[in-house]
Design a protein. Structure first.
Length: 271
């Protein structure tokens, strides 16, 4: 099965595995070093995993909304674009795709550095780390990237190296439904692919806004699960970007991606 077919499995079928992990208290794939749940600058990477990722991804900055950011991704020139999915040894590589919601968030931050400059930023469901990287490039005072996949954490460190940045802190655990952190801004892209996960996000983000007055920006290209969720009525469109042709082809013809500001009404804030 070619990776294009594999990518469709990630988006439609296998995503249930990750949705269940996000909904649970201790999400994340079972790896031999899964107890490592936090990285900071200077943290060494597993040499075997680093070598595998460097061999089986391609460094690219083309075909996406942010040519300023170089990323290790799975592309048609990679071995696993053609290999059977089960041969990939580290769980479904959601992080190896630069999803359109994350692209829109990253582009918006790069074009509008005042959104993050001097502020603390949480990148929820960070994946490849592009939006966290954009926040660092734009002058955020503090950035924390969060994902439930330890391999995503390693990929983020490699992507920081590619962009000549010191690695930002990375936490590998499910923080949804945890105590509301004191963040100036939370950004998340492409996470509304499962109804129960979306419900959990809606509740937790609303709590962060109510308790900490956190600002929330959401990137999504308009997937059915997102547009039909109740959170949609609490969103205000910030900007819409036309997607490059390569990204359109990767995402079944989606033509644009939108950054939304989440602004729940006062009546909902008290729920």
């Amino acid at each position: 099965m070619a990776f294009r077919g594999w990518k469709q499995l990630l988006l439609v079928g296998r995503q249930n595995t990750f949705a269940k992990a996000w909904r649970g208290r201790r999400g994340g794939p079972s790896l031999r070093w899964k107890r490592c749940c936090h990285w900071s600058a200077g943290k060494s990477l597993d040499p075997e995993v680093r070598a595998f990722l460097e061999e089986n991804t391609e460094v690219t900055s083309s075909g996406h909304l942010t040519p300023e950011i170089r990323l290790r991704l799975l592309t048609p020139r990679c071995r696993f674009w053609r290999e059977k999915p089960d041969l990939w040894p580290y769980g479904d590589p959601f992080w190896a795709i630069y999803w359109p919601g994350g692209q829109a968030l990253s582009r918006y931050i790069l074009d509008n550095p005042c959104v993050v400059k001097g502020r603390s930023v949480l990148d929820l469901g960070s994946g490849c780390g592009a939006t966290a990287i954009a926040a660092v490039m734009s002058g955020a005072s503090q950035v924390l990237a969060n994902d439930i996949d330890p391999i995503a954490g390693m990929a983020m460190i490699l992507n920081c190296e590619l962009n000549h940045l010191n690695p930002f802190p990375i936490t590998i655990k499910n923080i949804i439904n945890s105590e509301a952190g004191n963040w100036d801004l939370i950004v998340l892209g492409d996470m509304f692919y499962d109804e129960q996960l979306a419900d959990g996000l809606h509740h937790w983000l609303r709590k962060c806004i109510r308790i900490q007055q956190t600002e929330v920006l959401i990137g999504d290209p308009g997937r059915h699960q997102f547009l039909n969720h109740s959170i949609r009525t609490q969103l205000h469109k910030v900007i819409e970007y036309s997607l490059p042709e390569y990204t359109r082809q990767e995402n079944n013809g989606l033509t644009s991606s939108i950054v939304w500001s989440y602004q729940p009404s006062s009546s909902l804030e008290n729920c």
